[in-house]
Design a protein around this ligand. Sequence first.
Ligand code: COA
Length: 260
Amino acid sequence: MSYNNIIVEDGDGTAIITINRPSKLNALNTKTIQELHDAFQDLEGDKDIKVIILTGSGEKAFVAGADISEFADFDVDEGKQLSAQGQKLLFDFVENLGTPVVAAVNGFALGGGLELAMSCHFRIASDNARMGLPEVSLGVIPGYGGTQRLPQLVGKGKAMEMIMTAGMIDANEALKCGLVNHVTSQEELLPLCEKIAGKIMRNSPTAIRAAIKAVNANYTSGINGFAIEIEEFGRCFGTADFEEGTSAFLEKRKAEFSGN
Ligand code: COA
C-alpha cells in the first residue's frame, strides 16, 4: 500500500509507522488518520508482524495535535462527527488492535498526538519529548479519548491539572507519573523500542492478543474484566501456541510459536 503522510517500514517481525508531515509537526489531518487506520489494519493482518512501533518524523515532534486548520470553522455537528469518526477509525482501533503497538514519543506529543500515544499499548519517550493536552487553550476539550485515557494512566487529579492548565510536561515528569514507561536519548529511542519489541516477540502472539483484550476490558464500561479474563484464559487452552509453550517448557527447549 502507498501512503502520502506516513511511512511504513517492516522487517524482522517489527513494523515502524512514521507519521510524516514534519513541516506541520506531524499534525493529524483527516487524510493522515485514514492512512494510519489503513496501515494498522494492513499490519494487523500480517502474521509476520509481531510488534508495531509508531513514531513521528523529524527531531521535533511525535505529533503536535489534530490539524487545527482543518476544524477551525466547524459547527457543533461537524465537531461531534470529527471526534466520533477519529475515535472509531484510529484511537479505539489502535487500543484494541491484537498486535502490540508501542509509541516512540520523539518530541512534542500534544492534543491528538498525546491521545494517539495514549491509545498505543505503552509509550517510550526520548528526553526531548514534551506532552500535554492544550485543547482548552483553544476553547475546546480533548476529543480523541484524552479525557478518558489520561486519568487512566496518570490518575484523575494529575489529569485534571494537565487538562485545565493546558500545560506541557517533560519526559521525566511523564515517566514519574506513569504516562511513559521509559525515557532515553533521541538516538536510543528506536533501538530501545526494538529491544523491547524483541522481548515481546519471543512470546505467544495468541496469548498476547488475549492479554490485550483482557486488560482493555477493565477500561470498557459495562464489561466485566474478570469474566473476560476467564473466557480468554480458557480459550488459550485450545491454541497451538499453548500446546507449544507448555511442551517446550517440559522438554526444556525454546518455544517456537506459530501464532495459532
Ligand atoms: N495543527 C496544525 N498545524 C500545526 C499544528 C497543529 N496542531 N501544530 C503545529 N502546526 C504547524 C504550525 O502552524 C507551523 O506551520 P507553518 O510553518 O505553516 O506556520 C508548523 O507546524 C511549525 O509549528 P510552529 O508553531 O511554528 O513551531 P514552534 O516550534 O514555534 O511551536 C508548538 C511548536 C508545538 C508549541 C506549536 O506548534 C503549537 O502550539 N502547536 C499546536 C499544539 C496544539 O494546540 N495542539 C492541540 C490541537 S487540538
